[in-house]
Design a protein around this ligand. Sequence first.
Ligand code: GDP
Ligand code: IMO
Ligand code: MG
Length: 431
Amino acid sequence: MPAIALIGAQWGDEGKGKATDLLGEHVDYVVKFNGGNNAGHTVVIPTADGPQKYALHLLPSGILTPGVTPVIGNGVVIDPEVLFAELDGLVSRGVDISGLVVSANAHLIAPYNRTMDKVVERFLGSRKIGTTGRGIGPTYADKMNRIGIRVQDLFDEHILRQKVEGALDQKNHLLVKVYNRRAIAADAVVEELLSYAERMRPLVVDTSLMLNDALDAGRTILLEGGQATLLDVDHGTYPFVTSSNATAGGACTGSGIGPGRIERVIAVAKAYVSRVGEGPFPTELFDADGERLREIGREFGTTTGRPRRCGWYDAVIGRYAARVNGVTDFVLTKLDVLTGWDRIPVCVAYDVEGMRHDEMPMSQSDFHHAKPIFEYFPGWNEDITGIRTFDELPVNAQAYVNAIEGMSGAQVSAIGVGPGRDQIVQIRPLI
Ligand code: GDP
Ligand code: IMO
Ligand code: MG
């Protein structure tokens, strides 16, 4: 049976958590393959006491589905303090977390990585990235620089100490001499990391072996991406990106599954676009429409609480996401937020200093100067939050979805019409 990748098509916060939750009952494993607690996935689950809202950061959203084995893959960076706080929070709400497994090869966010993230952002001033300040970039930098600390190092104090001392040898020079900060003592870092070792030990397995065995045995695996295509370190709007591969390729390297195993690539896209942090965003709105999208769509960060920048749907980005991920299906979320506009603009191409670009410009400078070329679609006023079939949607909403599908390079297979688990218009099965 197959592996399925589920990724974000835009700049994050498309509703991946909800989409994962939706697919949860049809899969046996949900694997987080990239990123860390920079992610914020909101899942709203109906219960007898009304809807229950969960905000997940480091854990895969699949942890909320009974019977699913949640997996933190090797491509993830783990802040152990956050991991156990998040698990404790779920336990206190009655969620069974006993199935969780963690890759021995995942890297750990050490306290000095968090410090570096914040110090470097402050140092950059107006050139800052607008990171979440969770230590993500510095931890991936250590990984690539081959001075990272991995989960398995928690179980060998000698090696752990050697590695922490090695990493701090470099960083303390930077902290003291460049950033004018106090040096960090290796002993304190080692002690803090070791304090998590015993709780971590029973969670750690060879996740690549486990997942490949599961596929051989006919199980279904959902590979859940954090962040999104345009935040991907290779394919995103570099340098205004996160530091991991959030695209479908990252699902392989971040989990230890071969590409041939992935049968379907589901991209989650909002019916408009949002972005948190700095960086170019051609369809961004600075007017009352942007404010209205933010208010109705509740576009405030799940992780940092920052107001999200909002803009109209960008089909150039949609096509680009379809291409670099090999998207087979789109889940188009938050269509309900567009209810009530007379006409809805969709960006179909860019104008870059008089030249039309139908595809993502090759250079970042051109993308910075891209002005959207809009087509306008008639809006609808009917409340669509209770609609469950495509045919019941207002004809203008149907036409909007069809137009987006036509421009974006893959079929739209489900449409979100509200935050709740059941608020979905399923056009065809995703699994
Ligand atoms: P993620 O990071 O991609 O998982 O997305 P977030 O959870 O950060 O942000 C998506 C937000 O939109 C959450 O608050 C969801 O509850 C909400 N949401 C998801 N799908 C829909 C939808 O179809 N309609 C509405 N109104 N809200 C949605
Ligand atoms: P989910 O999984 C939206 C953004 C940050 C910043 C940039 C780099 O909820 O979609 P980092 O801390 O990763 O080094 O910050 O990436 N960013 C996100 N934006 N959703 C996310 O995750 C994000 N994770 C990181 O705002 O611009
Ligand atoms: Mg989010």
